[in-house]
Design a protein around this ligand. Structure first.
Ligand SMILES: Cc1cc2nc3c(=O)[nH]c(=O)nc-3n(C[C@H](O)[C@H](O)[C@H](O)COP(=O)(O)O)c2cc1C
Length: 174
């Protein structure tokens, strides 16, 4: 059993690209990378660290437009499992120029859904270096997890991912 699982959705775009960048910061011997459609949620409780990544598409009407999306399905599935030995962290893709009032909102949705399982969540990330007006992904002065903007700041993705995964490794004592 490996130590770290990175789960992302959707496929073929910026989220998958970022998930691979994040995966590459860890030892492949101890890390698994899954698209959400290829994960058996029963196996998740065996990991030490589970990293979830997705994008924000649909602004404030996530519930409406994506009620039956794969993330909601996933969160319903994991709600009643025992994640007491598992730590979670989240990353989110967004576009701060086109959606400054809803930048990486999904981080907040992820955080709330994971909180319901009672699992520990790490990986808060400072808002320095981004320009936006509001986000549901905010917890006081930090994001709930790593915010990435491949649309308008693609050059920063690698460095941000390195710094963020260093924080996770330190926190997890990996
Ligand atoms: C219809 C649509 C709605 C979007 N809404 C938001 C939004 O509310 N907030 C945000 O930060 N980004 C928003 N974005 C930007 C995406 O999150 C961003 O382009 C992301 O990198 C897409 O990831 P993907 O290529 O894996 O789909 C939106 C993009 C689209 C196409």
């Amino acid at each position: 059993m490996k130590k770290i699982a990175i789960l992302y959705w959707g496929k073929g775009g910026n989220v998958e690209k970022a998930a691979k960048v994040i995966f590459n910061q860890f030892d492949p011997q101890t890390t698994d990378l899954f698209a959400l459609d290829s994960i058996n949620t029963n196996s998740l409780t065996g990991y030490k660290l589970v990293i979830l990544g997705g994008s924000t598409v649909g602004a404030e009407n996530w519930e409406e437009t994506t009620n039956d999306n794969r993330w909601n399905h996933f969160f319903r599935e994991i709600e009643n499992k025992d994640f007491s030995g598992v730590t979670f962290a989240v990353f989110g893709l967004g576009n701060q120029v086109l959606y400054p009032a809803n930048f990486v909102d999904a981080l907040g949705i992820f955080h709330e859904a994971i909180s319901k399982t009672g699992a520990r969540i790490i990986g808060a990330w400072p808002t320095v270096g981004y320009k936006f007006t509001d986000s549901d992904g905010l917890q006081k002065d930090s994001f709930y997890g790593l915010a990435l903007d491949e649309d308008t700041q693609p050059d920063l993705t690698l460095e941000r991912s390195k710094q963020w995964t260093d924080i996770l490794k330190k926190e997890m004592k990996f």
